[in-house]
Design a protein around this ligand. Structure first.
Ligand SMILES: Cc1ncc(COP(=O)(O)O)c(C=O)c1O
Length: 383
């Protein structure tokens, strides 16, 4: 069954334009935060339709700064999902607050908004949903809960560039939205992240906080006479983005719509062909939203199969096709059990999904023929 060439799970889409843009920044000798970062922020804000975009060193940093800006601290609780990468919840832990997990919807894999109210307490200060794979959460319901209880809505949009919800782009809806530009994301700067917000107040707090609480970033300092002068006005962090990263981000942003077009073409093949295999549940198609298709996650009907999900992933690997699994629910990790007292069995939908999910290869280094090969191989394994 092994086909000739290896089909990797993910690859960044890097071309000569990124290489020359980064080389130009290197040649300019201004390589850290500067004019490219400012331009990237302007264009990113425009792209998602937000008033402010603040570039940072990672989405984890973006989560941390957003939580701090929202006033989250020791003794507070933040409602979130156990079905995510540890960074989402880890950042809540940085502040001393507790991540209060709410189980997921078994089909969308996003937080089940109907189960949030039973977890609200007087200590709840914010809701931190994750748009898994790039499919938006039920933002209307989340906004209603937040407005009724005076909570801050910080959405983890690490996968959601570009995702539209009822005609509005993710990044322009929540109080604060955070994006990841990690190597495998739709838009990558190798490492990097962005916070978007329509609030002048949040932007004003976050801007200095990402660079040690200084009152001007170093490029602005360099541009006026008082080169050496700065003030420290608040608790800060070392979370700024470098111009080398921003230069790459600008190129990636310009190519993003083209990239999504190709992803959609591949998704159409996956959806049409895999939708006909009874042992597979394909992700829901787009209805009131546009998916970023960062990940393509199928669910195996393991009750109808002779092999487990792990055996399926192994069989794909033996056939030279790399798959992944998103996610191991956080409450199953020793750290979350020891620090917060979570236990296996606490979130049955997340656990059931974890046993069934497989993320299939999806990136721009693949051809349509590769996608057909993935489907052919799946059909062979399942038969
Ligand atoms: C849902 C989610 N949130 C946050 C992060 C953290 O992103 P970063 O690596 O940019 O800090 C990731 C990373 O993959 C993620 O998948």
């Amino acid at each position: 069954m092994t086909q000739n060439h290896f089909i990797p799970f993910a690859r960044p889409w890097i071309g000569d334009d990124e290489i020359s843009a980064v080389s130009e920044v290197l040649a300019s000798k201004w390589i850290s935060t500067g004019p490219k970062t400012a331009e990237f922020e302007r264009r990113f804000a425009e792209y998602v339709g937000a008033k402010h975009a603040l570039a940072v060193s990672s989405c984890t940093a973006a989560l941390h700064l957003s939580l701090v800006a929202a006033g989250i601290g020791e003794g507070d609780e933040v409602i979130t999902t156990p079905y995510t990468f540890t960074a989402t919840s880890e950042a809540i832990g940085y502040t001393g607050a507790k991540p209060v997990f709410v189980d997921i919807d078994p089909i969308t894999l996003n937080i089940d908004v109907d189960k949030i109210s039973e977890k609200l307490t007087p200590r709840t200060k914010a809701i931190l949903p994750v748009h898994i794979a790039g499919a938006p959460c039920d933002m209307d319901a989340l906004i209603d809960i937040c407005e009724a209880r005076n909570l801050v809505l910080i959405d983890d949009a690490a996968h959601a560039i570009p995702t539209d919800y009822k005609g509005r782009r993710i990044g322009s809806i929540g109080d604060l939205s955070v994006f990841s530009f990690y190597a495998n994301k739709n838009l990558t700067t190798a490492e990097g992240g962005m916070i978007t917000t329509n609030s002048d107040d949040y932007a004003k707090i976050i801007k200095p906080m990402r660079l040690h609480g200084l009152n001007k970033d170093s490029w602005a300092r360099q541009s006026n006479r008082s080169v050496w002068y700065y003030q420290v006005e608040s608790q800060g962090y070392k979370y700024n983005m470098a111009d080398t990263q921003a230069a790459m981000g600008l190129c990636q942003l310009m190519k993003l719509n083209k990239q999504i077009e190709v992803r959609r073409k591949y998704i159409q093949i996956y959806q049409e062909r895999l939708g006909k295999i009874p042992e597979i549940v394909t992700p829901p198609g787009e209805t009131h939203y546009c998916h970023s298709w960062h990940l393509y996650i199928i669910q195996l009907r393991t009750d109808q199969l002779k092999i487990s999900r792990d055996e399926f992933v192994e069989a794909m690997r033996d056939a030279n096709i790399e798959c992944s699994v998103h996610y191991i629910p956080l409450h199953l990790f020793p750290y979350y059990q020891e620090r917060y007292g979570y236990r296996e069995g606490d979130f049955p939908c997340a656990e059931a999904a974890f046993e069934r999910v497989v993320s299939l290869p999806l990136h721009l280094d693949l051809t349509a023929q590769d996608i057909h090969t993935v489907v052919d191989t799946i059909s062979e394994i399942l038969s």
